[in-house]
Write a new protein. Structure first.
Length: 144
């Protein structure tokens, strides 16, 4: 066989392989664009089944509230009380300790990080308590 004839045979074989590859890829694209069968299109009911609802429901822990309200807006950072009403705060005393100071605010003993009404305790000093409502700090002094 001469060199020219081998080149023609190899070119013909490669052309057939290329044509088969193009046909196969066209079939794949056609299958992706084809709508699914009618049975697969059956719409699920608008109401989820009871079994699905049971699986999706969060597990209740003993002592956990049934409905949780947002206490802090994730967008503005503003803190809200569960009732939506403002709470009158009165600092009646400070239990000073270097390691864990505590304060008596509105008949509740709180420490740094605790919440009182719409506010979170930021810092407890010897004579005052700094609270934050998510937007600004306020400082309470004893008797205020």
């Amino acid at each position: 066989m001469d060199k020219k004839r081998v080149e023609i045979i190899i070119t013909a074989v490669l052309t057939v392989v290329l044509i088969l590859a193009v046909i196969n890829s066209m079939k794949t694209v056609k299958n992706k664009l084809k709508p699914p069968a009618a049975a697969a299109l059956a719409q699920p009911s608008q109401q989820p089944s009871a079994a699905l609802m049971q699986k999706m429901a969060p597990k209740k822990q003993q002592g956990a509230p049934e409905i949780l309200d947002w206490l802090r807006c994730p967008f503005s950072g503003k803190v809200y009380s569960a009732s939506g009403k403002s709470v009158k705060l009165k600092l009646t005393g400070i239990l000073w300790d270097e390691k864990m100071p505590q304060a008596l605010i509105s008949d509740s003993i709180v420490k740094k990080g605790d919440s009182v009404g719409n506010y979170i305790v930021v810092k407890i000093n010897k004579n005052s308590v700094v609270l934050n409502d998510g937007t600004k700090d306020i400082e309470l002094t004893v008797g205020q």
